[in-house]
Design a binder for this molecule. Structure first.
Ligand SMILES: Nc1ncnc2c1ncn2[C@@H]1O[C@H](COP(=O)(O)OP(=O)(O)OP(=O)(O)O)[C@@H](O)[C@H]1O
Length: 316
């Protein structure tokens, strides 16, 4: 049985469907990114998987335990790590005390190793912690008992770029040891760097389930061309979108075959051609279409938040 199996899962909050008929399976030893804008249903799914919310219909299992079977779930949770969106640690406790508390429940065989990667100030009280330090403490508690499955809600929120890279390297190494990792994000670039597969959630529905390469392919390639003389008609090609001319350079996003592109370009006198990975916002537009507002997209190479708010909804 796969570490996470979700079948036709629906969670209703009164009239609002947090998740609607969601089916997804996460295989052993993969990093699975659960991507979606605010309100898509990511936190709802995660909370159902941890037994913190009861499904309205459908089913879900984690490490073979039905999430509605309390005894089985308690047993399974010994081998699960969880990083919630809101950590809720005791404000008056020190970081050290928080880790001791979790160690007493589940163990801490990998604590020292984790403290070399993530460096929260353990002697300080939680109320003095910065967002990034709190997140690092949360990551340590999620991994320190050497779980088989780790479920994380927005794990890199608040981490600086260096720590984010440390996190990426760490979870790749964990995956290589056979750990299964499931995490939610609204940042495409983060998911693209580390995940094997991605599920894209929108308004409670799974709108895509892809490996990362396919996800990027669907966004197309970015083509930049400079020609000697007149470039009229450069973007008139099936599969070419968002054609624009900036100075001497013609740019477009291309989702067709290379052959057709090269044949088309060869009819011009080319000065320079660059074909690169799609800007993240093109991938984003492919899946989210009209929901994207202008201010929510970013330039290539920068993070593309689906939205800026990462607050976790509370239970009904
Ligand atoms: N306690 C609640 N009561 C009523 N509606 C809720 C509750 N929690 C979530 N919802 C609704 O369920 C839907 C899914 O919310 P959820 O928090 O799961 O989304 P999310 O993808 O995690 O969003 P975010 O990125 O903002 O954390 C939203 O429409 C939300 O308003």
């Amino acid at each position: 049985m796969a570490p996470i199996e979700v079948t036709d899962l629906t969670k209703a909050y009164g009239d609002v469907l947090g998740v609607d008929s969601l089916s997804v399976t996460v295989e052993k030893g993969e990093i699975f990114g659960f991507l979606g804008p605010n309100g898509a249903g990511k936190t709802t799914t995660i909370r159902v998987l941890l037994g913190l919310l009861a499904p309205t219909s459908g089913s879900a299992t984690v490490l073979g335990a039905d999430v509605t079977d309390e005894a089985a779930l308690i047993e399974a949770k010994r081998r699960i790590g969880y990083l919630p969106a809101n950590l809720g640690f005791d404000e008056e406790a020190t970081g050290e005390r928080v880790l001791e508390y979790f160690a007493s429940i589940r163990g801490d065989s990998r604590r020292d190793e984790l403290l070399e990667i993530f460096t929260p100030p353990l002697e300080r009280k939680i109320r003095e912690y910065s967002t990034g330090n709190l997140q690092m403490l949360g990551l340590i508690q999620a991994f320190m008992h050497d779980p088989d499955l780790v479920i994380m809600d927005e794990p890199t929120a608040g981490l600086d770029p260096l720590k984010q890279e440390g996190f990426n390297e760490f979870i790749r190494a964990e995956r290589d040891r056979g750990t299964t990792i499931f995490f939610s994000s609204h940042v495409l670039s983060e998911v693209r760097r580390v995940c094997d597969r991605v599920g894209i959630l929108r308004e409670g529905h799974l709108v895509a389930l892809e490996d990362v390469e396919t996800l990027l392919d669907r966004g197309g390639k970015r083509v930049r061309v400079q020609v000697a003389g007149d470039g009229t008609g450069l973007g008139d090609l099936e599969g070419a979108k968002t054609v624009e001319t900036i100075g001497e350079e013609h740019q477009f996003t291309y989702t067709g075959e290379y052959d057709a592109l090269l044949r088309h370009l060869s009819s011009y006198e080319l000065v320079d051609v660059e074909i690169s990975e799609p800007p993240l916002e093109d991938v984003f537009m492919h899946y989210y279409g009209s929901d994207v507002e202008e201010g929510e997209t970013a330039n290539e190479g920068t993070e593309t938040p689906l939205a800026s708010d990462t607050t976790e909804a509370t239970d009904a």
